[in-house]
Design a protein around this ligand. Structure first.
Ligand code: NCD
Length: 336
């Protein structure tokens, strides 16, 4: 973006284009993990770590008071939508969540017209989830505020990868050098894609484990090691990340049956045996118990980090809201 394309009335955008004194996160939006340098990922994780501590001690400062956050969700969500809303509120933002079911989109309004309408209301952050890959970055081009991708089709889900990384870093003390297996429906998973980018950038050895029908060709290009059986794929792993079968994105027959999938790829205590004894088990949720993960593994607190992932979700989203609006509140803080 050039300075010329920024309207005169948006002085804060100028600060973002030309950040004074070396901004540690000089991105205007958070649309994906692909291409983010490791030091910027590290910075987001460090800021989120501070919010994780603040949450545990229940010390919230309304640092973003007066700023408006709009959550625009075109797809179902429990964790992501709620945690973005809680994150904004804990920072003192005015948060508005937009239900697509009751909006004018049902009356035929296009995505770009909706974007222009929301832009005219001058939000400071727009959080978007959409069923089409690329829809969020298209919309970002029409917005004068920061845009956060809360999941676009099967493309990326950057805040999920960040919260997964923060959980791993807290539980294992590092990401670099760990062997991490991502298992299940890799083909349709934006969580898998964002995690492969992030974990490889941070120096982990990433494996993907799935039936051949659920493995995208690009896995190898992305630097992941490919396995089609759980025993080999989980051998010596520090972390095992399970994924939901994304049935809503499957057009055609990818699997004989869910029962067969569970038999070969569902995570059970037996299948976990080749992994390291202190292996960490993760799942982004929503879980389908008895399809990709057995209840006994999901609820085994010795290994499972699933609840901590949800907790870190709020911390990571607070961090992202804070960092992407720095140009607005740093000035306010200095004035106080
Ligand atoms: C994931 C998503 O929506 O991509 N869920 C989430 O954000 N926690 C994974 C999924 O739906 O399976």
């Amino acid at each position: 973006m050039t300075n010329e394309s920024v309207p005169e009335r948006e002085p804060y955008l100028r600060a973002m284009i030309d950040p004074p004194g070396g901004n540690p996160f000089p991105q205007r939006h958070l649309l994906g993990i692909e291409g983010l340098p490791p030091e910027q990922i590290q910075y987001l994780l460090d800021v989120a770590e501070g919010y994780a501590a603040a949450q545990r001690s229940r010390q919230f400062r309304p640092k973003l008071r007066g700023l408006t956050q709009i959550n625009l969700f075109f797809e179902a969500s429990t964790r992501t939508l709620m945690s973005f809303e809680i994150a904004g509120k804990r920072l003192g933002m005015d948060t508005v969540s937009f239900s697509v079911d009751t909006s004018s989109i049902k009356k035929g309004e296009t995505l770009l017209d909706t974007a222009q309408t929301l832009n005219a209301m001058r939000p400071d952050v727009l959080v978007v989830r959409h069923g089409r890959s690329g829809a969020v970055s298209l919309l970002a081009q029409k917005m004068n505020c920061a845009v956060i991708n809360a999941g676009d089709g099967q493309h990326e889900h950057p805040t999920q990868a960040l919260l997964d990384a923060l959980t791993i870093r807290r539980r294992k003390g590092r990401i670099h050098g760990l062997t991490i297996a991502i298992c299940g429906d890799i083909l349709h998973s934006r969580v898998a894609r964002s995690n492969i980018h992030l974990l490889s950038a941070m120096g982990a050895r990433v494996r993907v484990v799935a039936p051949p029908t659920l493995l995208p060709y690009e896995c190898m290009r992305l630097g992941a090691e490919v396995f089609t059986n759980m025993e080999d794929g989980l051998k010596g792993c520090d972390v095992v990340m399970m994924l939901r079968l994304q049935k809503e994105r499957m057009q055609g027959a990818f699997l004989p049956s869910e029962r067969e999938f569970f038999h070969f790829y569902g995570l059970t205590e037996d299948k976990l045996k080749p992994a390291k004894p202190d292996v960490l088990v993760m799942h982004p949720g929503p879980m389908n118990r008895g399809v990709e993960i057995a209840t006994s593994v999901a609820d085994n607190l010795q290994h499972s980090a699933i609840e901590e992932q949800v907790e870190m979700g709020v911390a990571v989203r607070m961090g992202c809201l804070d960092v992407l609006t720095r140009h607005l509140h740093d000035q306010t803080e200095a004035d106080q």
